[in-house]
Design a binder for this molecule. Structure first.
Ligand code: ZN
Length: 370
C-alpha cells in the first residue's frame, strides 16, 4: 500500500465477504486495488477438493470421486470435507475396512436431502399421493426440453420432505435460457399436475414447489426481463441482497400499475408451465402410473430403473437424458460464477458485482444464492 512510504516488494492481502461496506479510501489504486473473487468450486474443483479430503482415508478401488463431485453442485470446500467425513463415519458404522461408493452416495443424500425419517408413520393414501406427486416431477423432468438427467426418486420422508425427485445437472450452469427456465418451472409444477390428473385431489405436498416456482417466475419477470408485457426492464424488489447489507431500506421503485402487471405476468408464466406439465403427463399416463407403482413397491428407484421403465414402455424413444462422461464436461470456468444451488433448484447469475463478491458462504440459504 502506498501513500505512506516506499515499501516495494511487500504485498498485503485481506479477505472480506462484505466488500460493499469497505471504506473507499482502502480501495484506492495502490492500496487494496485488486479484487479476487473466490467463488464456489466447479465440478473439477470439487473433485480435486474431495481428493484432498480423502487422501488419508482407506478408499475402495471402485469409488469414483468425479461422480461424487458431479452430484454436489453448490458445495463449498467445507461442505465437501464434511461429506468425506460423513462417508467415513458410515463406513465405520457398517464395520467396513474401506470407504465405498455407497458410503459417499449415502453422505450426499444425507447432506442434500436430510436424514431419512424411517420411523414416521404414513398412511397408504398419503404414500400413494406422494408416489404420484414424485412420479409427476420425474416424468415432466424427463420430457421437457433441455432436461437434466434424473438421479433418483424416493418416497421415504427426508427432513421436511415427504418425497424427493432429484436431478443432476450435467455441468455447473452459469447461465439459463428462457426455455430451460420454463422447463424447470414445468418440472416443479409436475407434482401438483400429477396429483390433480391421477388422484383428482390437491395436497399440501406441492407447497414448497409452488413457492420455488413463484420465486423463479418472479425473477424471470422482474430481474431477467423475460416478460413481453413489461419489456427488458429490471424491477428491483428482491430481498436477496440483505446479506450484503444494502437493501435494508429498499423501497419499491415502480408504480402500482406495474406491480399489478408483474403479478399477472408471474401468474401467466406459472400457468403456462402448469399446462405444459399437465399435457406431458396426460400424454404419458402409462409411465407415470408405472413409476408410481414401482415407488409404492420399492420406495426408492434409481435412474437405471427409470431407464428400464422407459425402455419397456417407449422402446423407440432411446435412452432418457443421462450424465455425459466426465471428460466431456465443459472445462471453461466462468469467473463470475455464482453459487450454484443444489440439485434441480435454480442456479442463477446476473453477473453484477455484488453477486460475484457475495457468493462466499452457505449453500442453500438466501445468502448463498445471492
Ligand atoms: Zn413436489
Amino acid at each position: 500500500m502506498d501513500g505512506f512510504e516506499e515499501n516495494t516488494g511487500v504485498i498485503v492481502m485481506a479477505a472480506t465477504n462484505r466488500p460493499d461496506v469497505l471504506d473507499p479510501a482502502l480501495l484506492r489504486p495502490g492500496r487494496f486495488d485488486r479484487r479476487i473473487v473466490v467463488s464456489m468450486p466447479d465440478v473439477k474443483g470439487r473433485e480435486a477438493i474431495l481428493k484432498v479430503h480423502t487422501r488419508k482415508m482407506p478408499v475402495g478401488s471402485k469409488v469414483r470421486l468425479e461422480k461424487v463431485a458431479r452430484s454436489t453442485p453448490g458445495f463449498s470446500g467445507a461442505d465437501l470435507e464434511s461429506l468425506a467425513n460423513e462417508a467415513a463415519l458410515r463406513a465405520a458404522r457398517r464395520g467396513a475396512k474401506k470407504v465405498e461408493q455407497e458410503d459417499f452416495d449415502y453422505a450426499v443424500d444425507r447432506i442434500i436431502l436430510g436424514l431419512e425419517r424411517k420411523s414416521i408413520i404414513i398412511s397408504p393414501d398419503q404414500k400413494k399421493c406422494t408416489a404420484y406427486h414424485e412420479s409427476g416431477h420425474a416424468v415432466v423432468g424427463i420430457f421437457v426440453p433441455e432436461a437434466d438427467p434424473i438421479h433418483k426418486i424416493t418416497i421415504v420422508p427426508r427432513g421436511m420432505a415427504m418425497g424427493v425427485t432429484s436431478f443432476l445437472p450435467s455441468d455447473d450452469r452459469y447461465n439459463y435460457t428462457e426455455k430451460k427456465l420454463l422447463s424447470m418451472l414445468a418440472t416443479l409444477m409436475g407434482g401438483r399436475a400429477s396429483e390433480s390428473l391421477f388422484l383428482e385431489t390437491l395436497s399440501t405436498g406441492a407447497g414448497n414447489d409452488l413457492e420455488k416456482a413463484t420465486e423463479l417466475a418472479r425473477k424471470m419477470v422482474c430481474e431477467w426481463g423475460m416478460s413481453e408485457a413489461l419489456g427488458p426492464v429490471a424491477h428491483a424488489q428482491s430481498g436477496d441482497m440483505i446479506f450484503l447489507g444494502r437493501e435494508f431500506n429498499k423501497t419499491r421503485d415502480y408504480s402500482e400499475h406495474t406491480a399489478r402487471v408483474i403479478d399477472s405476468e408471474v401468474k401467466r408464466i406459472i400457468e403456462e408451465a402448469y399446462s405444459i406439465s399437465l399435457e406431458l403427463l396426460n400424454d404419458n399416463r402409462d409411465i407415470v402410473e408405472k413409476i408410481a407403482e414401482q415407488l409404492l413397491e420399492k420406495e426408492t428407484i434409481s435412474s437405471s430403473e427409470i431407464n428400464d421403465i422407459f425402455g419397456e414402455l417407449r422402446p423407440d424413444m432411446g435412452p432418457i437424458p443421462s450424465l455425459p462422461p466426465i471428460s466431456e464436461i465443459r472445462e471453461t470456468v466462468d469467473p463470475s460464477n455464482d453459487n450454484p444451488e443444489q440439485e434441480e433448484e435454480v442456479r442463477e447469475n446476473d453477473g453484477s458485482e455484488e453477486n460475484r463478491t457475495g457468493s462466499e458462504t452457505d449453500t442453500g440459504g438466501s445468502g448463498g444464492e445471492s
